[in-house]
Design a protein around this ligand. Structure first.
Ligand SMILES: Nc1ncnc2c1ncn2[C@@H]1O[C@H](COP(=O)(O)OP(=O)(O)OP(=O)(O)O)[C@@H](O)[C@H]1O
Ligand SMILES: [Mg+2]
Length: 253
């Protein structure tokens, strides 16, 4: 049984079909890249899987459970977490408190935060461990607003990871940072995903990163899955080559 199965998923905005009949599945403990040009429907698909949008049609089965109609919080409880294309952090809070807050919300104790001194120590220890795994140990007390862009992206992933999901969906975790920082972010993400035994769906535009880190690649085009397979299979796919060639051309390279 796959960890996630998406069947016949559709979502339109007005008469624009952003996700137009998507089927795919993900096994446990895999790193999947979701690629495709701007507007292909990647973020919409992530929003559908994580419950931020409701599909018009189709079904999402996660870990043996139909989660199609579950709200975001229900899906987090089922084991699905995400990060955002534009990071979703509390800028005024420290690195430590951003992660600690995720742990409290996961444990459904957000309303009792002030009374939970005991739990707080456990949450702090856990938060520090997560922060360390993402290479932010020496930044734990810095306000999120005071981090460099790459560190903000890492912290956003750390907050999602602190929910201890079985599946984590990362919407462009390396966007807006330089090439060296991209590798730094992806090395951390890969290490955590592999050691934690979870699956990750990573939306990524940089094909060098995609080919280096993915077990499988799902390529979307105009709301549909154009191709799906291992990096070796994808690199040989003529439709993908045509898409990538066109994109290189668009960039004028
Ligand atoms: N809330 C919305 N209302 C109206 N149209 C939307 C909405 N969200 C997305 N769209 C449209 O749906 C299509 C798919 O958008 P989506 O954000 O999923 O693309 P994407 O693959 O993530 O692109 P990018 O690589 O630029 O992030 C686009 O044409 C977009 O304009
Ligand atoms: Mg997007």
């Amino acid at each position: 049984m796959p960890l996630l199965a998406v069947e016949g998923l559709r979502k339109s905005f007005g008469d624009h079909r952003a996700v137009d009949g998507v089927d795919f599945s993900i096994e446990a403990q895999r790193l999947i890249s979701l690629v495709g040009s701007n507007g292909a429907g990647k973020t919409t698909l992530v929003n559908l899987i994580t419950g931020f949008l409701q599909p018009d049609e189709g079904r999402i089965v996660f870990d043996g459970q139909d989660v199609t109609r579950l709200p975001v919080y229900g899906r987090i409880k089922a084991g699905i977490a995400r990060s955002f294309q534009l990071v979703n952090l509390f800028d005024a809070l420290s690195v430590l408190d951003n992660v600690r807050l995720a742990i409290f919300s996961r444990d459904n104790k957000i309303h009792q935060v002030m009374r939970l001194a005991e739990r707080d120590r456990a949450a702090e220890a856990e938060a520090r461990e997560v922060i360390g795994e993402f290479g932010l140990a020496d930044k734990w007390s810095v306000a999120a607003s005071g981090l460099a862009q790459g560190e903000r992206k890492l912290l956003d992933v750390a907050v999602a990871y602190a929910l201890r999901p079985k599946l984590i969906l990362l919407d462009e975790p390396t966007s807006g940072v330089g090439t060296r920082e991209k590798s730094f972010i992806m090395d951390r993400v890969e290490a955590v995903v592999r050691s934690g035994g979870l699956s990750a769906v990573i939306v990524e535009h940089d094909m060098d990163i995609v080919f280096k880190y993915s077990d499988r690649i799902v390529m979307m085009h105009e709301g549909r899955v154009l191709a799906e397979g291992t990096p070796q299979e994808i690199v040989r796919d003529e439709r993908v080559a045509a898409m990538l060639g066109r994109r290189e051309g668009e960039r004028g390279e």
